[in-house]
Design a protein around this ligand. Structure first.
Ligand code: NAP
Length: 246
């Protein structure tokens, strides 16, 4: 189950290892990255739909390599795999941690991120994707720069500009973006991993404050944090992952 840079890396590694696998996309973007594996697109239809899919396709192992904020899919995978007795591992990136020079404020959710923005009009890089943008309409006084995979059909914010781009991103590119748009605040999700970390390094260099949204909590499950860890788990059984929730 993909939709992330990490899932695409894993797909390549599975092909190279000669594994038989199918890649699953939710179907959120118009032109998803082509995968070297057979690919299916679209929701399964909740836990019951996923259970039926797993059964009818003779799936023995499920790797949840979805984004850490795709908690609905993760919960469904846990429930479906538990019910079907199918091995499941989460391929989960390590969360980002603040280092010297970082000016981060951690918040529990998107609503709290809105609250953490100043009242006085400012220029915000809203790097949270296209979902939940409307929550920021509670602070319409800000100029918002969004980075989206697809051109938006319309934006729920009165003063917003969309930059259409797909990660992974570079520090130089994100430095240029922050400077060009005179960004004074960044709002981002604590996704972890490398593909989206460039904006945080650029923020550090420019001393731009970052409001970082914590990951949603999901039930405990086996997790690994590298491609090698997934392959090891596949080859050596279901207990190779660390049992933990986030
Ligand atoms: P979500 O809220 O956890 O999932 C909502 C529903 O979308 C799921 O119940 C499932 O539908 C379907 N779904 C999600 N991921 C799927 C997958 N890989 N294959 C098939 N169906 C999937 O998920 P989301 O946050 O909307 O994320 C959707 C996709 O975008 C995921 O693939 C995720 O990796 C990617 N993504 C998300 C974020 C983010 O910030 N949330 C960022 C980058 C990429 P059914 O119940 O019908 O099965």
């Amino acid at each position: 189950m993909g939709g992330t840079t990490e899932a695409s890396l894993l797909a390549r590694a599975l092909v190279d290892a000669g594994e038989s696998a199918v890649f699953s996309y939710a179907g959120r973007t118009a032109n998803p990255v082509a995968q070297p594996l057979p690919t299916r697109v679209g929701g399964f239809g909740g836990v019951s739909g996923l259970r039926a899919y797993l059964r009818s396709n003779g799936i023995s192992h499920v790797v949840d390599a979805t984004h850490p904020f795709a908690a609905g899919m993760t919960r469904n995978a846990i429930d479906a795999c538990t019910a079907e007795g199918i091995a499941l591992v989460g391929y989960e990136r390590t969360p980002w941690h603040a280092g010297p020079g970082d000016r981060w404020t951690s918040v529990p959710d998107v609503k709290a991120a809105v609250d953490a923005l100043p009242q006085a009009p400012t220029r915000v890089f809203l790097a949270i994707g296209k979902q939940q943008l409307e929550v920021f309409a509670a602070k319409p006084q800000h100029h918002y720069v969004l980075r989206l995979v697809d051109p938006p059909m319309g934006l729920p914010l009165p003063d917003a500009l969309a930059v259409v781009a797909r990660g992974p991103f570079t520090v130089d590119g994100d430095l240029a973006l922050l400077r060009h748009h005179a960004i004074s605040h960044i709002v981002a999700k604590n996704a972890g991993g490398s593909g989206a970390a460039a904006k945080l390094q650029a923020a550090r260099q420019l001393a731009v404050p970052v409001i970082l949204i914590d990951r949603p909590v999901v039930p405990a499950r086996a997790v690994v944090d590298t491609v090698a860890g997934v392959l090891d788990w596949l080859h050596h059984g279901t207990n190779a992952g660390t049992e933990r929730g986030v």
